[in-house]
Design a protein around this ligand. Structure first.
Ligand SMILES: Cc1cc2nc3c(=O)[nH]c(=O)nc-3n(C[C@H](O)[C@H](O)[C@H](O)COP(=O)(O)O)c2cc1C
Length: 401
């Protein structure tokens, strides 16, 4: 008996017409439904050297019924690391570690992309090679604190420092960090990569006018502020094939102390440029997740921005941020997105697609175990089948494949 058979007596909220469970193309892949797993930093890479291991493989394999998993943000270099215990994709050991993960996910029929990450200024000398300063488009210290490992091996928060402004001559080296990360990801067996252009990290620090005060070819006009992102995409698409590359953007977000003076012009320009690439998808974070969580519509400014992204970008659009079953279904029905990515709900519900299909109750995530630690709050959330006392099993429903 498979999971679907066990639940076939339940009535879905959108009988027959659910868009969540209609197939969709994602680059070269055909996905069986539209529920993606959003990238989620969990800070559980093996130490030293930030290497994924068997625990991480179990975690991802448990969630392989997602239409596609986007891995936690993964630093492309030591310079790109900004938090203790996050995994990298720049050493042989890390490639081997990630092979365990991709093997486990593929073994149960899943699809997994790796999120390529350089944090820029959202770091600290204690995380940098030779305790150097973190790098950024401009020497502007972010508000807030970095999460590092202290002398006794525990996590600690310390104030950010003023980063070193990158020199123009260094830009090809930065692009090459992403290229090496993408090459390593392919070698580790990933099905694709997502370039992390969101959440106030390096690429968004370049994109946004308040964090980029440069007066060279990488600053001032939007064409220049978007240059690094587009150069990275040129090379990564060349390497992987554009139909295995996605990009994540977070217009209107102020996370990690970024802001842009003309967000519609900036992100409208970028969304338009992305049409030239034939990417697998564009992934946009809804900055008004709180509204959806309260069951209301996003604010008018956010609505305008998300509509702009939808109208401007002609490829497959994934949206994340605050979605539940009904809001996800509604947004798909209204054509506002092609896929919905779920973050926190996937942390607490390894079988989220099946739970959504049945309109079954969801487990609540425990924020205390989001970052760091071991199996607790990571691989011990139960599936519906386990709640019924059945042994754990692969989470792929054959009818969706
Ligand atoms: C614990 C945690 C870790 C996250 N890590 C990442 C990350 O590594 N990369 C990223 O782009 N977004 C990250 N995010 C943002 C999520 O991908 C997602 O956009 C956000 O949680 C909103 O979706 P949700 O309301 O479904 O949780 C993280 C969010 C959480 C809660």
């Amino acid at each position: 008996m498979n999971v679907a058979t066990a639940s076939s007596t339940q009535t879905p909220a959108y009988p027959g017409a659910s868009k969540l469970f209609q197939p969709v193309a994602l680059g070269r892949y055909r996905l069986p439904h539209r529920i993606a797993m959003a990238p989620l930093t969990r800070s559980r890479a093996r130490q030293p050297c930030n290497v994924p291991g068997p625990l991480n493989a179990s975690y991802y394999a448990q969630r392989a019924s997602a239409a596609v998993i986007i891995s936690e943000a993964t630093q492309v270099s030591m310079q790109g690391q900004g938090y203790a215990w996050t995994p990298g994709i720049h050493s042989l050991e890390q490639i081997e570690g990630w092979r365990l993960v991709t093997g486990a996910v593929h073994g149960v029929g899943g699809l997994i992309f790796l999120q390529l990450w350089h944090v820029g200024r959202i770091s600290h000398p204690s995380l940098q090679p030779d305790c150097m300063l973190p790098v950024a488009p401009s020497a502007i210290r972010p508000a807030g604190e970095a999460f590092i490992e202290n002398e006794t091996g525990e996590g600690a928060l310390v104030p950010f420092v003023t980063p070193r402004a990158l020199q123009a001559e260094e830009m090809p080296y930065l692009v090459q960090q992403y290229v090496r990360g993408a090459r390593n990801a392919m070698e580790a067996g990933f099905d694709g990569v997502e370039v992390h252009g969101a959440n106030g990290y390096l690429l968004e620090q370049f994109i946004c006018s308040r964090t980029n005060l440069r007066d060279d070819d990488y600053g001032r006009r939007v064409e220049n502020r978007a240059r690094l992102l587009l150069e990275v995409l040129d090379e990564v698409c060349e390497l992987c094939g554009p139909d295995r590359v996605g990009v994540r953007l977070s217009p209107l977000s102020t996370f990690n102390d970024v802001a842009d003076d003309e967000p519609e012009a900036t992100f409208g320009y970028i969304a338009g440029k992305l049409n030239d690439y034939g990417l697998a998808y564009l992934h946009v974070i809804n900055p008004d997740a709180a509204a959806l969580e309260q069951g209301s519509e996003v604010g008018p400014g956010v609505r305008r921005m998300l509509d702009l992204m939808r109208e401007t970008y002609r490829g497959t659009l994934m949206i994340a941020g605050g979605f539940g079953r009904d809001s996800a279904e509604m947004w798909l029905q209204e054509g506002r997105a092609d896929l919905i990515a779920f973050g926190r709900k996937f942390i607490a519900n390894p079988d989220l697609p099946e739970r959504l299909r049945q309109s079954a109750p969801l487990n609540d995530p425990d924020p205390a175990t989001f970052y760091g630690g071991g199996a607790k709050g990571y691989t011990d959330y139960l599936t519906l089948a386990q709640e019924r006392g059945e042994a754990p099993r692969p989470q792929i429903d054959d009818r969706w494949r």
